[in-house]
Ligand binder design. Structure first.
Ligand code: SIN
Length: 531
């Protein structure tokens, strides 16, 4: 198991103590060679062959040690491609969560005082370790999330890019000097870490979304209690082990795996006074619940919520580019991302041509176990569970009842696992379940429109406002439509927008706050004005 954790804690504490008496700025830089964790022992029951078998972890991280929690029930995790149980993890309770918050609170006292350079170096090493272990991480993501290996590999690199970006951001925590309006005074601002952050992360990007939250938190010197998605714990546990190997100090990251205590743990994270910020990625319904529950302690919130993205193809678009963009946007992660195109508006003059090309491309996609040989970006894995399949079926049936036509082939799906044959619907009506709520699956509804004004109104006629896309070759229209779309992000002539360097996030009921870009750091800081 891991060596010398208490020694490390003492080392960090005593250094902080020393520095506490050294005015004016008590920053310190722990000896990173003392913070490297020792290697774990490999477990024999790993259901997948890893280059580094010690990354198969089913224990719980308590006081910087991976331990099996005695007398705590465990819950099963299944492979959505086979419906087989791949392992079990501890169903941690609200007491475990409270202890984790206490440890993170204690660790904050010293971690918040580390130098930005120390944190930048740790993040840089974390980034390198994620890349060095990308094959193992991708295999774990595919095993428990189902997405194709190619998709999983893209996620791991995407995740790593948030660590790299935030490593740089740690060195750019700038305040401002502000000319004073009060005689005899000077003003400046300084950024201070927000405190203990609760990160509630989804299963659709088990590695990506954690790096997007943990990256800025580590950069500013905040500590984090991570609520792990119950569907995909193993990739997260491996990721956290890599964080430890990179030299993230003890207890800075806390990890809660839970299934049956989810609601009680959510309540604790929302009401515990030691938590100063909640960073959530998930549905608008749960986001609203968390926002209302945490109002009693007025926590800082970042909410990355539902999407229902419009995707508009104008009559002057490059049709092949638009088909490529629609495929990339709609079918990433088998349609289970919050920025997936959900409502595809196609100008009436090109609707049939677009539908024919798009349907042919979708029919050419392979569907099967994401880990199979020959996986490619056009390989779709299963959905996360049967409930997700049922929602797709419901949305297709509803649209067909209201006049849409299925233009893709019906293919037999594997008999086991949560598979769904991808569907393109032509002539879908504007009023149907598909346009009203996120499908979160591989169903693409094509809706006809006549004019630019009409389609802008249709695109904006939703409470959501995360991402929007459009394809056009008319320069004046590009500026007009980019301005008019009520979304936090707009893809112009591209279906791929996600990058660590942009402020990712929505408006309206798609949430608050930004993840990525220069803006993300501010969400993890308090701005203090000194006069
Ligand atoms: C999400 O689906 O929540 C995130 C998608 C992305 O980062 O591209």
């Amino acid at each position: 198991m891991i060596g010398q954790p208490s020694l490390l804690v003492d080392q960090v504490r005593s250094t902080a103590q020393l520095n506490a008496d050294t005015p004016p700025v008590a920053l310190f830089c722990p000896d990173r060679s003392l913070l490297q964790s020792t290697m774990l022992e490999a477990k024999d029951q790993a259901p997948v062959r890893l280059n580094d078998p010690t990354l198969w972890i089913d224990d719980s991280l308590v006081n910087d040690e991976w331990i099996a929690l005695e007398q705590v029930p465990r819950f099963p995790v299944t492979n959505p491609a086979t419906s087989e149980v791949i392992g079990t993890v501890s169903d941690m309770t609200v007491e475990h969560c409270r202890e984790a918050i206490d440890r993170a609170h204690e660790a904050f006292k010293t971690f918040s005082k580390t130098t930005p350079q120390f944190r930048a170096d740790v993040l840089q090493d974390f980034h390198q370790l994620v890349l060095a272990n990308k094959e193992d991480l991708a295999k774990l993501v595919t095993l428990e999330n189902g997405k194709s290996l190619t998709d999983s590999m893209a996620e791991v690199k995407y995740a790593a890019s948030y660590l790299q970006w935030n490593s740089g951001e740690a060195l750019r925590l700038y305040g401002r000097t502000i000319p004073s309006s009060l005689p005899g005074t000077r003003n400046w601002t300084q950024l201070e870490p927000v405190g203990v952050v609760a990160a509630l992360c989804p299963w659709n990007f088990p590695i990506g979304m954690i790096c997007r939250k943990v990256g800025p938190a580590l950069a500013v010197g905040a500590t984090v209690v991570i609520k792990v998605p119950a569907e995909t714990p193993f990739s997260v546990l491996a990721l956290i082990e890599l964080a430890r190997r990179a030299g993230v100090p003890p207890n800075v990251l806390q990890v809660i795996t839970t299934d049956t205590h989810l609601s009680a743990i959510g309540d604790e994270l929302c009401t515990n006074k030691k938590i100063k910020k909640i960073s959530f990625t998930g549905s608008t319904r749960v986001g609203k619940l968390l926002a209302s529950k945490s109002s009693g302690t007025l926590k800082k919130l970042s909410m990355e919520l539902g999407g229902n993205a419009p995707f508009i193809v104008f009559d002057d678009a490059d049709l092949d580019a638009a088909v490529g963009g629609a495929l990339a946007s709609k079918f990433r992660g088998s349609g289970q991302t919050c920025v997936c195109a959900n409502r595809l508006y196609v100008h009436e003059s090109i609707h049939s041509a677009f539908a024919a090309k798009f349907a042919a491309a979708v029919d050419a996609m392979k569907v099967g176990n994401g880990r199979d040989e020959g996986t490619s970006p056009s390989h779709l894995g299963p959905l996360i569970h049967e409930r997700a399949v049922a929602k797709c079926v419901e949305h297709v049936e509803d649209a067909v009842k209201r006049g849409a036509t299925v233009v893709t082939k019906q293919r037999p799906m594997p008999s086991r696992g949560a598979f769904f044959n991808p569907v393109v619907l032509a002539d879908a009506p504007q009023d149907c379940l598909l346009t009203d709520e996120e499908t979160f699956g591989p169903v693409a509804a094509l809706i006809k429109f006549k004019t630019e004004d009409e389609v802008i109104n249709l695109a904006n006629e939703t409470e959501f406002g995360l991402a929007g896309y459009f394809f056009s070759r008319d320069a004046a229209r590009i500026f007009r439509v980019a301005d008019a779309l009520e979304t936090g992000m707009v893809g112009v002539n591209t279906g791929v927008i996600s990058q660590a360097v942009i402020p990712f996030g929505g408006i309206k009921e798609s949430g608050w706050g930004k993840e990525g870009g220069a803006e993300a750091i501010l969400d993890f800081c308090k701005v203090k004005a000194v006069i």
